[in-house]
Design a protein around this ligand. Structure first.
Ligand SMILES: [Zn+2]
Ligand SMILES: [Zn+2]
Length: 798
């Protein structure tokens, strides 16, 4: 029997893990994969045994996306010996498949083989490794910890463009038409067209649209006119695709201004530099209040790393990848690669090649940037480390902070986490000696924290007047009069969050998910926010035909209507995932807000993060309770973070700022702490709550979601899995608490019934092993179309 200390040893030795796992057919397959393919695979493994005499051979250990366990050993035939290396793809036979499969080599070794013969590697796909040794180890660790086939992890790590060898794209280049050399024609043009054209002629080189507009400081419209008149030509050529690097003038002078460090920043930087110089792995948590200048500390720390020929990764929430963030890094470092989710596969390929070749010093990007193949990594920074977007919600369900921690340990380098509202996990690490705490309690230039006023919605006597209470309305009026700007947060999109019949009580719900549909005013449609099921909003009750159907609940669209009605003279913009669908729309609204053209910006949590506008004198939180009563142990933490973060958007200039928080729960500890900017007070109280139930960070949680089209068979399988997990627990003698199976808060999603099982333990290794064993022999009945997903350290309990 495996002892607990054996399991803990696994946690530090990723390589032995994967090998040990080989005899346990885990079953957490990619959800999209054809489920009925997997059992066959294991029935036919291992290959036909065949005894041979002792022989010295080179073998390669191969993992697959299609096979949850492994690695499997193969013989490397003589002619391929020079070519096969860890981190490369190879073609090999697997099971009884007729076609060879693509697998990833994770190790090669020369060994004397006695006993069963190995099958041969057929050929090598890549001419050089796509991942270095450390990344290969990281993959094996992720595969083990998150219980995902290593091949799936490799496929996540290496962009599809790189795997496919893609890398070129068409580029449109503008050149001047010969007739534009005739001054009489050029001088007859409107001034904007004339100056744009003269710029192109003077530049004497073909230019892309982006280069031309930026360098000539013009808009696209005169260029379009010139093209229509035949004065410029467009040539298309295929280029290695990349983003055109042009000096960005957006963001104004802020991007080039180099700040003098405050005393707190100086001390913080010294701690980070000491960690870098120590040459050891170490985690640091920079807890700095909003507006304390954390980014400048990151930049200086990275400069220190770069000075010694090394490089850094900066992870930011996707939404924070604003032009300002990019400009800030781009103007302080020579080689910056900015990664984001809207890149095409070939752009991604290009950046990946640049990064791997060593010409990049700093990679800035969302969670997947944690895998950037920098050859001489010296530091990993995670800004807003508490942000939920660092956890991936599809396989592999990794958390970038956990992966970054692992990568930093493998590389022997520091991991710098930063936040004004640290996650309980990171905070706890500072309390238990696993991370060093660095505090910045003051804003730069000693600006005061904004004053926060709570408005008790229960006491409200003007409820009929809509979403905005009297004190908030007064404050908005005053702010506009003072030439200030306003941010209003409402964390729900759509117009009305329920459509209900007042006569019979019927709620219009999604047939696929059983959840209320949200009414959207644009196009008068009702849609499900979980699966995008959409219908025209019914004009009468579908149940009783009553024609006075009522829109209840408040979404950002309704708030926008109300704000427009109250402040008709004022320019307003709404930012939520409905208005921000098109690439660039985010940037467009923010630059209009920065210029002062837009006076009131309202939206969902999108507006709560990272925005830095000195003229925002007022922040209003329309309903602070929206996330508070979710059936999730992180509800209070999320509420505290959201209110604190949005409150931090004001008072960033010399004119101060104030915050008004509307709430039905003014006595809730999360709301009170947020109103006093009291993170430590909140964290201490929250930790007591978590300790009662051994919730993270005091214990580990895992969640298994079972789903299927028929409720009864799905539940029956969930019960079977529970029995199997209980048996595994008993066999291991493990202290694991098992809860369920039960329908989760979202009991039906996209037409599938759902059940979940929660597992809790003080040791994540024990928890993981219980699941590994409990699911090892469990196969999902293919005929019932049942699937299950294992989510380690889930962030979402719905
Ligand atoms: Zn009705
Ligand atoms: Zn739905």
């Amino acid at each position: 029997m495996l002892t607990i200390s054996d399991l803990l040893a696994y946690d530090t030795s990723p390589f032995s893990i994967a090998h040990a796992a080989a005899d346990m057919p885990a079953a957490d397959m990619n959800e999209a994969k054809n489920e009925d393919e997997q059992p066959k695979l294991f029935e036919t493994e291992p290959p036909p045994w065949e005894l041979v005499d002792a022989e010295e051979i080179m073998s390669a250990s191969i993992v697959f996306a299609e096979a949850p366990h492994g690695p499997f050993d193969y013989k490397v035939p003589g002619p391929l010996r020079e070519h096969v290396q860890a981190g490369m793809r190879v073609h090999v036979p697997l099971g009884k498949r007729k076609q060879p499969l693509t697998g990833w080599c994770v190790e090669t070794k020369v060994q004397t083989l006695r006993g069963p013969a190995l099958r041969d590697v057929i050929d090598v796909v890549d001419s050089e490794p796509l991942c270095d040794a450390q990344l290969v180890q990281l993959v094996l660790w992720i595969s083990h910890y998150y219980q995902t086939p290593a091949g799936v992890v490799f496929d996540t790590l290496v962009p599809s463009g790189v795997r496919a060898g893609a890398g070129t794209r068409e580029q449109k280049l503008f050149t001047a038409d010969p007739q534009s050399l005739d001054d009489r024609i050029v001088d007859a043009l409107p001034p904007k067209q004339r100056s744009a054209l003269r710029f192109l002629i003077a530049a004497a080189k073909p230019m892309t649209l982006a280069q031309w507009t930026v360098e000539a400081e013009c808009t696209e419209s005169p260029i379009r006119q010139l093209h229509r008149k035949g004065l410029v030509r467009i040539q298309t050529r295929r280029v290695m695709s990349h983003e055109t690097h042009v000096a960005r003038r957006i963001g104004g002078d802020e991007s080039v201004k180099i700040e003098t460090l405050s005393d707190e920043q100086t001390v913080a930087l010294a701690s980070v530099v000491a960690a870098i110089d120590s040459g050891k792995a170490k985690t640091l948590l920079l807890h700095g209040v909003t507006g304390s200048g954390k980014t400048e500390v990151y930049i200086r720390a990275i400069q220190h790393v770069v000075r010694f020929g090394r490089s850094a990764i900066v992870l930011v929430p996707e939404i924070s990848l604003t032009p300002q963030t990019r400009a800030r890094f781009e103007c302080r470092f020579e080689g910056v690669a900015v990664l984001h989710s809207q890149m095409s596969p070939s752009e991604r390929h290009f950046q990946w090649q640049r990064i791997r070749s060593g010409e990049v010093q700093v990679v800035v990007g969302p969670r997947s940037a944690v895998f950037a193949p920098l050859p001489r990594l010296g530091l990993i920074v995670i800004d807003e480390e508490h942000d939920g977007s660092f956890k991936q919600d599809t396989q592999p369900r990794y958390h970038a902070r956990r992966v970054a921690h692992r990568r930093a340990n493998l590389a022997g380098i520091p991991l710098l986490l930063g936040s004004a509202t640290p996650s309980m996990e990171s905070w706890h690490a500072t309390r238990t000696g696993h991370a060093e705490l660095i505090r910045m309690d003051h804003r730069i230039a000693n600006r005061p924290m904004p004053n926060v006023q709570l408005v008790d919605l229960r006491q409200r006597d003007d409820r009929s007047r809509g979403a905005i209470s009297r004190p908030l309305a007064t404050a908005i009026t005053q702010t506009l009069r003072d030439d200030g700007q306003v941010i209003l947060l409402l964390n729900r999109r759509g117009f009305a969050t329920t459509i209900q019949c007042p006569a019979c009580g019927h709620v219009v719900a999604c047939p696929e998910c059983d959840l209320p549909l949200t009414h959207h005013r644009d196009g008068s449609k009702a849609l499900c926010h979980y699966c995008d099921y959409t219908i025209a909003t019914p004009p009468w009750c579908p149940a009783c035909r009553f024609d006075g159907i009522r829109y209840g609940g408040l979404g950002t669209q309704r708030l926008e209507v109300e704000v427009k009605a109250r402040f008709p003279e004022t320019e307003i913009a709404r930012m939520d995932s409905d208005t921000m669908r098109r690439p660039g729309s985010h940037q467009k609204v923010l630059s209009a807000f920065r210029s002062g053209e837009i006076r009131i910006l309202l939206g969902t949590q999108m507006i709560a993060k990272g925005l830095d506008f000195p003229n925002v004198l007022l922040v209003g939180v329309i309903n602070a309770d929206s996330a508070l009563h979710f059936p999730d142990f992180r509800a209070a933490e999320r509420t505290f973070q959201l209110v604190t973060q949005v409150a931090g958007r004001t008072g960033r200039g010399d004119r101060g700022g104030q915050v008004i928080v509307q709430t039905f729960s003014p006595d809730h500890p999360a709301i009170i702490a947020a109103s006093h900017h009291d993170f430590v007070g909140f964290a201490d109280g929250e930790m007591i709550q978590r300790r009662k139930f051994n919730y993270p960070p005091l214990g580990s949680v895992a969640r298994i979601i079972i789903r299927g089209p028929v409720e009864e068979t799905t539940e029956a399988f969930a019960i079977k899995m529970m029995d199997s997990l209980e048996a595994a627990r008993a066999k291991l003698g493990a202290e694991v608490r098992l809860l369920g199976p039960a329908p989760p808060p979202i009991a039906k999603l996209r037409g599938k019934f759902r059940f979940h099982i929660l597992l809790q333990s003080t040791s994540n290794a024990v928890l993981g092993e219980t699941i590994r064993r409990g699911t090892a022999t469990l196969t999902t009945p293919a005929k019932d179309e049942i699937q299950y997903v294992i989510d380690i350290d889930p962030m979402d309990m719905l």
